[in-house]
Design a protein around this ligand. Structure first.
Ligand code: MLT
Length: 407
């Protein structure tokens, strides 16, 4: 008899964004004449930067000639891309990261979801609340939690992010081994200062813990004092793995390219106390289960680091940040408390009522899709998240409609 992994039965019935898409589709079928403006899932809407398109075409041409054709590439990614990443994203900012510590992949969602495979089943895991659901669900699938009840999984340590702590959690009050952090944060859009991040690095060093740092939204940071990488903090190399993505930086959600940094001196332990480098373990996992990102896509990602690519990706993130500022100002003017939107494409709004009720209200009265905060955890029960990924015109229209519906 074939038996299933019953940990899957502990999960909520569907993935948050799949659930929302289903509800929106059902509403659209009943109201075919209503134009719906989607500010829910963080999916980019603008075309790829010209420099990336040019490199993508050129990479495709390379595949058309036998002299430049490529078959399987290195699983970890081509050196031409890994070297640019190391130089521009890290070394230029004083962060010590080498090209061979970078693992190119098809997404930060996959990497943040898969990384937990290299850790023991009985480690104590801390996640923020609210949280990007992938961190939680993948640990549930792996059997690191008990049942779901009252908005939380038994066995996980939840780090509450509230208005009182400016959405940056306090250090855990109980012992934990693995800590997920994400800044600029998804879903709140909050940022962390260097000093605050340093307290986490110190905590991890003192407690033999490991930080999984999701920095997928770093390209939206405009305050140069804020850290873009955890490796800008002294001592982080030994206690942190970082995840990055071209999805939001360069509009690659449909193109797929991301990377994970595993420093060679980042260590963990066996049950009998031996020290092991995580770099080797992740390399083993990656080479066994992944065959690399398509060559033309890696060429397109490389173009992000060209002078034209740098200017074009900056313009792209500026565009979405202008939307974000508009959304935040519109909600603030209506008297709602908001966070995010200044160094992030997400705005976290205190709805002062049940999140799903507010979701329904915005959908039905304004034809606007948001993400109910409840989907990100108990602390989001009365919040919604709005995404700035849409055209400026649609964002303006959405805010007009919402104002009319709420006032
Ligand atoms: C989100 O809306 O939170 C993001 O699109 C999720 C993701 O990048 O997978």
């Amino acid at each position: 008899m074939i038996r299933i992994n019953e940990n899957f039965l502990k999960l909520q019935s569907s993935y948050l964004f799949a659930d929302i898409a289903k509800r929106v589709d059902a509403y659209q079928k009943q109201h075919p004449n209503q134009t719906i403006i989607r500010l829910g899932i963080g999916d980019v809407t603008r075309a790829l930067p010209a420099a990336c398109i040019e490199a993508l075409h050129k990479g495709t041409e390379d595949m058309a000639q036998e002299s430049t054709f490529r078959g399987y590439g290195p699983e970890q990614g081509y050196l031409f891309l890994r070297e640019k990443i190391a130089q521009y994203d890290f070394q230029a900012r004083g962060a010590e990261v080498e090209a061979d510590e970078i693992f190119v992949s098809d997404g930060a969602k996959c990497d943040t979801g898969n990384i937990q495979e290299i850790f023991a089943g009985d480690i104590r895991v801390a996640v923020p609340d609210p949280v990007y659901p992938v961190y939680v669900d993948t640990n549930v699938m792996a059997g690191r939690t008990g049942a779901f009840g009252n908005g939380r999984y038994e066995g996980l340590v939840y780090l509450e992010c509230t208005r009182e702590n400016h959405y940056v959690p306090a250090l855990p009050a109980e012992p934990v081994d693995l800590i997920y952090l994400c800044f600029p944060n998804n879903p709140t859009g909050a940022t962390i200062t260097r000093e605050q991040l340093a307290t986490w690095v110190d905590y991890a060093r003192q407690h033999n813990a490991l930080i999984l740092y999701d920095s997928a939204y770093e390209a939206f940071i405009r305050d140069e004092r804020l850290p873009r990488s955890i490796y800008e903090i002294e001592g982080a190399r030994e206690v942190a793995i970082e995840f990055r993505s071209f999805s939001k930086t360069a509009g690659f959600t449909g193109t797929r390219c991301a990377f994970t940094v595993v420093p060679k001196n980042c260590m963990a332990h066996t049950a009998d106390g031996r020290t092991m480098a995580l770099h080797g373990l992740w390399n083993r996992r990656h080479t066994t289960k992944f065959n690399g990102v398509a060559y033309p896509i890696q060429r397109a990602a490389e173009a992000v680091y060209s002078p034209a690519g740098q200017a074009q990706t900056r313009a792209l993130t500026d565009y979405y940040l202008k939307n974000a500022a508009f959304i935040r100002q519109a909600f603030a003017a209506m008297g709602y408390a908001c966070v995010g939107g200044d160094h992030s494409p997400y705005i976290w709004i205190d709805a002062r009522r049940d999140a799903w009720e507010f979701f329904d209200l915005l959908l039905q009265k304004a034809g606007v899709v948001c993400t109910p905060g409840a989907g990100f955890g108990k602390c989001g029960a009365q919040y919604i998240r709005l995404s700035a990924f849409n055209s400026y015109e649609n964002v303006q229209k959405a805010m007009e409609r919402i104002r009319a519906a709420l006032i």
